[in-house]
Design a protein around this ligand. Structure first.
Ligand code: DGJ
Length: 550
């Protein structure tokens, strides 16, 4: 059950019952709503120009430097506030906060948005933006966040049947009543967010469901579902796959190239058929929910994905979620979803990030390991993949002290230098002038790395920190502001700039300054010369501006 907001929040949020356009009664928080009428900013949006994507917030490109709270935090005001304090302390700019269908619609048609208002107030107090995670029909491929009135009524809200005829607790993607109920609740939520946040735009994006799909089975084996599975694959899906055959994921291309391209799911998709079938049903369902929500308030919307890790079968991950196997089916069925976003707990971060960076999909990492090894991937996400967001999961673990607190310090250190640089990094995305640096393991990248920067120079990087995945590793970025002007940021490495033309020599260093950016303005804090005349980043993250002779 939702814990009522504490006294302080109740005073902030005197409510008023109002009737929404969709006919339901809802509690509107007056101070938020009345403030909403006083100013106006453009609604956050995803802009696509050719193959380049930008998340626009207040009209400017925005990179989400975020963190995700634990699942139950929004049910308790103290937990929520403490978790947001962690993110504010790190200089994160965005909090990903779960909100629960069961808390928002405890009785059918009666809405309680106090948890939503509480999160918005708490975020504003700390100047954080919010991404709301809609724990609706599906959460990790199960249905534990549906309200009690859905849980209890199995006749109306039908469940997935497993392959041995067993009943599961998962709402079936074929259940129209559930889809309509979820859609209704999500629409009411979006209408509420609009009413309280239209002016300030604290909420910048919505995650629709959470790792949707069917956990523990590859598809629904109910009679109705079997009938559809044996029937023909819908024509619109076939024609989408055919017209997009050049850009299909490798997994789907392998199937499609061998496929007869019409017939039953089994005939068209072979072994992939159960997952493809589930992908089609789940993506259509989620698209219906998202599209109705956007109709009320068109924030960008994404779906997060439980990835395939290792050699496994669908059902070990929520079958029908937007894995690489069926990502193209989601693109066909769910135009209301702007981004398919991988939850990257998998150490092969680059492989996954590459699969989800496509001309029809920007990289957003809504969840990643809260672990020292993963800190460096913030640079990878923004610098290598032109990604729009990065967010470790379960950041409030730092409050336990000990090892989690030490991990928190690593994120705090990296975020501290990334945050002021985000507008500049956003500006240089897609230009080839961002060069992320991360200490690896495979081919000696635990010692050295060498990067070509611009036409004329090489940056030879020597890692000064010992590679230790448990304690953190060197990471950072070089940004080419001009052929003779660089930002070098990060921790744990030295850089030597070498001339790649003319006589063999190092580049002549004109100046090295420590400092930071405020918008476009460089704010030097120390000029390094004499004994300190080195491009050397210590074990605390630093920003240097390095000018070399032309
Ligand atoms: C992925 C889910 O999306 C999160 O809500 C959370 O359950 C994490 N897994 C836990 O690792």
């Amino acid at each position: 059950m939702l814990t009522r907001p504490r006294l302080q929040n109740l005073q902030l949020l005197p409510g008023k019952m109002v009737r929404l356009a969709c006919g339901v009664l809802t509690l509107i928080a007056l101070p938020l709503a009345s403030y909403a009428q006083s100013t106006s900013k453009p609604i956050p949006s995803i802009e696509k120009q050719g193959e380049h994507f930008r998340l626009l917030v207040d009209g400017s490109p925005y990179l989400m430097l975020g963190g995700q709270l634990h699942n139950s935090d929004t049910s308790n005001a103290d937990d929520l506030n403490k978790a947001l304090d962690v993110l504010a302390g790190w200089h994160a700019n965005t909090a990903e906060v779960p909100i629960y269908w069961e808390a928002i619609e405890p009785k059918q048609g009666q809405f309680d948005f106090s948890s939503v208002d509480l999160a918005i107030q708490a975020a504003r107090k700390r100047e954080l933006h919010l991404v709301f995670l809609w724990f609706g029909t599906w959460k990790n491929g199960e249905s534990h966040y549906v309200p009690e009135w859905v849980k209890r009524d199995k006749q109306k809200f039908t469940r997935v049947q497993g392959s041995r005829g067993e009943e599961t607790e998962i709402i079936s993607p074929l259940c129209r009543a559930a889809m309509e109920a979820d859609t209704h609740a999500f629409s009411a939520l979006m209408q509420h967010i609009k009413s309280v946040d239209e002016a300030q735009r604290t909420v910048l994006m919505m995650q629709v469901e959470n790792e949707p799909g069917l956990f523990g089975t590859d598809r629904d084996y109910s009679e109705a579902s079997n009938h559809l599975f044996d029937g023909p694959v819908p024509k619109e899906l076939l024609s989408f796959l055919e017209s997009h055959r050049q850009q299909l994921s490798a997994a789907m291309a392998a199937v499609w190239n061998q496929s007869p391209k019409s017939g039953s799911w089994k005939q068209v998709f072979g072994e992939l058929a159960p997952e493809a079938f589930s992908g089609w049903l789940v993506s259509n369902y989620v698209n219906t929910v998202a599209t109705a929500g956007k109709h009320e308030y068109p924030l960008p919307m994404y779906v997060n994905v439980w990835l395939i890790e290792g050699v496994e079968r669908p059902g070990r991950w929520p079958s029908g979620g937007a894995t690489v196997n069926v990502l193209d089916i989601w693109k066909a069925a769910a135009p209301g979803i702007d981004i398919l976003a991988p939850d990257i707990y998998y150490p092969k971060f680059y492989d996954v990030a590459a699969q989800y960076t496509r001309p029809d999909n920007p990289l957003l990492v809504p969840e990643t390991n809260f672990n020292p090894y993963f800190v460096a991937f913030a640079y990878t996400t923004f610098g290598h993949f032109n990604g729009i967001g990065f967010s470790p999961f379960g950041i409030d673990d730092v409050q336990k002290g000990g090892a989690p607190a030490a991990i928190g310090s690593l994120f705090e250190d990296a975020y501290g230098v990334l945050r002021p640089m985000l507008p500049l990094i956003a500006r240089y995305q897609y230009t080839g002038k961002l060069h992320p640096i991360l200490q690896g393991l495979a081919n000696g990248e635990d010692w050295k790395e060498s990067i070509r920067v611009g036409d004329r120079l090489a940056a030879n990087i020597d890692f000064t920190a010992t590679f230790d995945p448990a304690k953190g590793r060197a990471c950072g970025m070089i940004i080419e502001l001009a052929p003779d002007d660089f930002v070098v940021m990060g921790t744990g490495f030295d850089v030597t700039f070498r001339e790649m033309e003319g006589p063999l020599r190092d580049a002549q260093l004109i100046s090295i300054e420590e400092g930071t950016f405020q918008g476009d303005h460089w704010m030097p804090s120390r000029r390094l010369n004499g004994d300190e005349r080195h491009v050397s980043l210590p074990d605390k993250s630093t920003i240097l501006r390095v000018r070399v002779a032309r």
